[in-house]
Write a protein that binds this ligand. Sequence first.
Ligand code: F3S
Length: 74
Amino acid sequence: MAKITQKYGKCIGCGTCVALCPKFWEMVDCDMKARPIGGKINEAGDYELEIEQSELGCNKDAEESCPVQIIKIS
Ligand code: F3S
């Protein structure tokens, strides 16, 4: 398993993660920010989502391409 963490409050809504990895990322229209689909907000206000190793592919692309570097995969 791997864990995606995204600092939702710092998302600038550029949409790169959604464009690169639409099965795992969606825009939240009311906020103009993105979040991982099915993710949960943690105590810090960040989104977290557990994924399989086999699902890393485009999520890694999103991590590397986010212009404000708020997507971390551990
Ligand atoms: Fe936001 Fe980064 Fe995605 S700024 S829209 S989390 S690529």
